[in-house]
Design a protein around this ligand. Structure first.
Ligand SMILES: [Zn+2]
Ligand SMILES: [Zn+2]
Length: 600
């Protein structure tokens, strides 16, 4: 089965921290208690929902008599600081269910009462409370020893949240906060959040006119002309990398009868995420992944050991019935396309093929300036197959990693339940870590599809499948690079590469000639012939983050020259048109990271 192997994390939509942060998680959850105590101090009638640690921080949900204001957050912070100074110890006590219910009912804590009522007998065997100062909360722990151990923190914002995520239940007020081990970490985090807001890909997508979302097709982008130009560049590059890697392209259908999904295991394990389509007497599913169909292509003829490895790239549409409502933009879409790759090979070819996958990953990320790092995700607790199988499969991935000289970390227990995998991560320009590609070795799918090839000695053997997508999904990758570059895409990716700006109307004819010369060289250029002042045109082009503006005046026209101004502010004058065309063409073809201002 291939759920995890092919899971491109479009649904995960999350950045990942570099490692486990148990200590920070404990601190963050403790901060939620301290915040709840402060809220109760301010609003004695507040009813408490839940208050977990989350990535980078914590929240707590409250039922309050009125909407919170920014001034309330300041007051809550001040009360939290007072508790930190008082260094109150966290004390655990265990209480029988009836006593716990009585205490919480008396306190009017209806949501907590509901939680206890719904516990199974097993879960209710030990009900624990944690108290610090006069505040006590139903909780399993753990916590820091005392409130003085809380690191520097800040309350961030509030949001409405339905109790238990159910829109038929009351809407509570959720307060988000963040806490870190040092002031420096806190400030760094707040800076990253500020930066992330500025470079939010949903905002950039609107400003740069790349795509839009519409309620008529929830969580599915509508690609505008400029967005498609970007898409096609990414696609061309990734197909070039595949061709260099010996891949051939296939395309497989979107509507597929359920029998195939039964064979692949998706029907049993992934149906909730599939769009099911009735077709007269049949039931079909829109395909959420390409793998099973590539297996059918393999099986269309008797393959020999000489035919392997077979490397198939399939860039078809995929459909996943993700829950909508989350405003995740490109990070959680219901229709997506992967640069999907399936290598069907002999067992003795696995290490070489994983090696190839790793080198293609690095090659494909190069022109983005991404230096990927790798984690080997090993056997989880719940798994299929014997320990010997896992030793063998993990050994192969480790050997492939070692033989390429790649430094890698191990993610113990992070593998899929049927096979280990290599997860690929990048750090973006503001230090966020993103999981991108996954390379997965799969011994299950060939078995489910009863795939065989003829061996050298005339017998038969079962092949192995290696799954990977290097961008992951185009949608998510575009979201990531828009935020990474803050919309200032390198020239080779920029939807519009050159804006030609005639100074006066008498320069328009020459401007059109310049544009045509650029177009003939494969450069995407437009002429801004609006009756605006030159400065206004330059400002607009700058706001659109167009890499190059070509200002044309009398002298340029006479000399058949151009005066380029880069987005980064550098400019030159009187460059012969042919020289400029050759220069930008060279930079675009080489997929240079250009133009960029040198980092301070
Ligand atoms: Zn707790
Ligand atoms: Zn696959």
């Amino acid at each position: 089965m291939v759920m995890d192997g092919d899971e491109i994390r479009a649904g995960a939509a999350e950045m990942l921290d570099a490692g486990a942060h148990d200590r920070l998680d404990t601190m963050r959850h403790s901060a939620a208690h301290i915040m709840a105590a402060a809220v109760l101090d301010l609003f004695p009638d507040a009813k408490l929902g839940i208050g977990p640690a989350i990535r980078d921080g914590f929240y707590y949900d409250f039922d309050l008599p009125r909407a919170l204001t920014p001034a309330d957050l300041d007051a809550i912070e001040a009360r939290m600081l007072a508790q930190v100074s008082a260094d109150l110890p966290f004390e655990r006590s265990e209480v029988p269910r009836e006593a716990a219910l009585a205490e919480l009912e008396a306190a009017g804590q209806d949501y907590k009462v509901e939680i206890i009522r719904e516990l199974s007998d097993e879960q209710a065997r030990v009900i624990s409370f944690y108290r610090h100062g006069s505040f006590s909360d139903l909780c399993r722990g753990p916590h820091v020893e005392s409130t003085g151990q809380l690191g520097p923190f800040k309350l961030l914002h509030t949001a409405g949240a339905y109790w238990r995520g159910n829109e038929k239940r009351p809407m509570l007020q959720r307060i988000y906060g963040t806490v870190w081990e040092s002031q420096e970490q806190l400030e760094d985090y707040l800076w990253r959040m500020e930066e992330a807001k500025k470079r939010d890909h949903r905002k950039l997508g609107r400003e740069l006119d790349l795509f839009s979302f519409h309620p008529e097709s929830p969580a599915a982008p509508f690609w505008h002309p400029r967005g498609m130009a970007l898409w096609r560049e990414l696609e061309a590059w990734s197909l070039q990398v595949r061709r260099e890697g010996g891949f051939v392209e296939v395309r497989t259908p979107g509507v597929v009868r359920k029998e195939l999904w039964e064979t692949s295991g998706h029907w049993a394990l992934y149906q909730d995420n599939m769009f099911v389509v009735p077709e007269g007497d049949y039931t079909s599913g829109l395909k959420p992944m390409n793998c099973p169909e590539s297996m059918l292509i393999f099986k269309t003829s008797l393959r020999s050991y000489r035919d392997l490895p077979m490397r198939l790239a399939d860039y078809s549409w995929l459909f996943r019935n993700e829950r909508t409502g989350a405003l995740a933009g490109m990070f959680r879409v219901r229709q997506l396309t992967q640069d999907d790759s399936h290598v069907i090979c002999r067992d003795d070819q696995v290490i070489d093929e994983v090696n190839l996958a790793l080198s293609l990953v690095r090659r494909q990320y190069e022109p983005f300036g991404f230096a990927p790092h790798f984690k080997l995700a090993t056997r989880p607790e719940k798994k299929l197959g014997t320990e010997e199988f896992w030793d063998m499969a993990e050994g192969k991935l480790a050997e492939a990693l070692k033989s390429t000289g790649i430094d890698y970390a191990v993610d113990p227990g992070g593998g899929a339940f049927y096979a280990p995998k290599i997860d690929v991560f990048i750090n973006d320009a503001i230090g966020r870590e993103w999981q991108m590609a996954t390379v997965q070795v799969d011994y299950q799918l060939p078995q489910r599809f009863e795939m065989e090839y003829r061996t050298a000695d005339g017998g038969t053997a079962r092949p192995v499948v290696i799954h990977y997508a290097i961008y992951g999904s185009f949608e998510r990758f575009i979201g990531v690079i828009l935020e990474h570059f803050s919309g200032a895409l390198p020239a080779w990716l920029a939807p519009l590469q050159v804006m030609v700006v005639p100074i006066a109307d008498r320069h328009i004819a020459y401007a059109l000639e310049v544009r045509d010369a650029l177009a003939a060289a494969g450069i995407r250029a437009e002429v801004d012939d609006r009756g605006e002042r030159m400065q206004a045109k330059l400002r607009d082009a700058q706001e659109q983050q167009i890499p190059v503006m070509l200002v044309l005046g009398d002298r340029d026209q006479e000399a058949r020259a151009v005066s380029p101004r880069l987005r980064t502010g550098e400019s030159s004058q009187g460059v012969p048109l042919a020289d400029f065309v050759a220069e930008i063409r060279g930079r675009v073809e080489a997929r240079e990271l250009w133009p960029y201002a040198a980092k301070e």
